[in-house]
Structures are given as structure tokens and as C-alpha cells.
Design a protein around this ligand. Sequence first.
Ligand code: NAI
Ligand code: MG
Length: 346
Amino acid sequence: MAFMAHRVTLIPGDGIGPEVCEAAVMAVMATGVKIEWERVELSARIIEQTRQELPEWVVESLERTRVGLKGPVTTPIGEGYQSVNVALRKRLDLYVNFRPVRSLPGVRTRYADTFIDLVIFRENTEDLYAGLEHEVVKDVVTSLKVITRAASLRIARYAFDWAQRAGRKRIHAVHKANIMKLGDGLFLRCCREVAREYPQIEYKELIVDNAAMQMVLRPETFDVLVMPNLYGDIVSDLAAGLVGGLGLVPGANLGDQCAVFEAVHGSAPDIAGRGIANPTALMLSSVLMLDYLGERDAARRLRYAIERTYAAGEYLTPDVGGGATTAQFTDAVIRNLEKAPPVLGG
Ligand code: NAI
Ligand code: MG
């Protein structure tokens, strides 16, 4: 593994995307892992120019490399083309959205004495993100929420299987089956079915509104969560807020053939181009990518370097209360890479 160069599709995106991508790539390269990056453009600008909803070169590159590191891409609100992010996930059948949310040392939050370490598995291909909307008559719109047994079973299986391998104890299925008895009811039945195959993992269910409150009140009681697409989107940002914000939370879109690593956050137009975006979320996404590529030691060292940078607290970006730029934070992480202790016994 260590001697062969990996090929990875790099999608800088737009907004703060190119800034955090550059930082993440520098940190990954500093681990010494050899990667040949295939850089492709995917941005609001290029979509409008080419009028392609999902440019073919992006799909072709990802089908070739099967691994991507991706910055956010802006989506027009309330009009225009469908989300290119959603299109990409559907096209490559990246049915799992994996989002580990973990406290970082030295980040001041409202939960000073609470260590948060929860993992969200969000179904990534259907639900209201199917994009099936229709104006039935003037001023009356229906948006179809699609829930299938196949997609619900495979996200539940993935979550339970991952939890078992990671030695996790508890899974919450999050739903609104009291109202959407058929759709969310089906999702829930699939979760129950899979849960029976994993008797050693405690299985619980929470209605999504209550889940939101419980997460704010007692975030430490959550371990692994599995839910349909829309709740997963909302609960992810809520969970990010618990540990210090969107600048910190990584993610992965996973399928059977391909994986695209990207942060939970969007293109952050409010701070784009100012050199102050926090690249931690994409760096931690790169840690997940290195693990996926089998580069376990590089992943461990990069995670260590990021955590050490936070523990020292000297070069943090403004979103987490610091005064450093993206570049200064990145330099500090790279300096800390060398300080990672070697693994005992190799
Ligand atoms: P956002 O996640 O871009 O920003 C929300 C807030 O968090 C902003 O105040 C922003 O400054 C802050 N923030 C986010 N990431 C940060 C970082 N790395 N460092 C420091 N602060 C950070 O959400 P918003 O504003 O709702 O969406 C902006 C655009 O991004 C929209 O067009 C949306 O569709 C798109 N988007 C794209 C995603 C993707 O490509 N996967 C995911 C989410 C949103
Ligand atoms: Mg989101």
C-alpha cells in the first residue's frame, strides 16, 4: 500500500471549498502518503455555464478513481437546477452518509465537561431529496417523500454493521412514524428487522423532534444514530453545533463501489475568499479517507496533529474563537504531524 500512489478525485467546489481543500491537501501530502490528485471543477459557475446538472467529467473521474475528496458546492435556493450534491450521491449510489461528531480538545462550547462522541448515519439517496415536486394547481405544491424497503434496509445494515465493528453499544433510529405512518413506519420496521440480527447492540427509537431536544439536553447519551435523509441533514448541523460548529465536523458519502469524503458544512458564502475558513472539517474528512485507502498510520498521525493543534489552542480560526487564518492553522497542523508518537509494535 505505502509504495503505490493512490488516485483520488479532488473536487475543490466553490465558496470556501477551494480554501479548505487546499489546506486539507497540504495536510494529507505532509503525511507522506503518495496521492495522484485528479482535480475536477464542480461549482455553481460551471453548472450554469455548461447547463449540465451533473457534469460528466466529475462522474467519469470518480468512476475511475472510486475515491473523492470534495469541497462544498453552492445550490441556488428556491429556484434553478437541483442540488448537484444530491445528484452526485444518487448517480454514484453513495447511499450512506457517515458523520462522526466528536468533541475536540480546547474548543469552548456550552458543554464544557461533556465529551460528545456520536455518529450519524443518514440515508443518502431518497426521502424528500428525491426532488419530486409538483404544482398540482396554482399555489398548491406536493413534494414526494420516497421511502423504500431496499434503501432503508441497507442504511440500517450499514449502521449496525459499522457499530458492531467499532465496538459501539447503542443505536437510535430517528423517525416521525407517528405522523408519516407509512413512510417512516417502513423505515422503522426495516431498522427493527436489522436490529434483531445484532442482539448485542442496544436498539432504541426516538421521534425526531424529541431527539433534537434530547441531543441538546444530554448529548453524551447518544452513540450511533440512523435516520432518513432529511432528519439526517438537520440533526447533523444540530450535532455540529454541540461540538463547536460546522467548521469541525467531517463526513463521508459511501457506496459499494465508491466513496466521496466531504465536510458537513456548505460553501459558507458569508466568509468565502477571506482566508479564515476552518479547514478542520475537511481535514478530518481526509483522515476518514486515509483510513479508507488503508493508510491507517497516516490517518492516525493526521488526527493526532489536528487534536494537538486544538489542545494547544494557539492557531485556531475565528469560528472557534481564535484569530488565525486558514493558512496559519494548516501550518500548525503540519508542524504537529512530526510530533505524533510512533505506534508501539508497528
Ligand atoms: P454553510 O454550512 O455553508 O454555513 C453555515 C454557517 O456556518 C455560516 O455562518 C458559515 O460561515 C459557517 N461555516 C460553515 N463552514 C465553516 C467553516 N469551514 N469554517 C468556518 N465557518 C463555517 O450553510 P449555508 O450558508 O446554509 O449554505 C451555503 C451554501 O452551501 C448553499 O448554497 C447550500 O446549498 C450549500 N451547501 C452545500 C453542501 C455540499 O456541497 N455538500 C452542504 C451544505 C450546504
Ligand atoms: Mg446539510
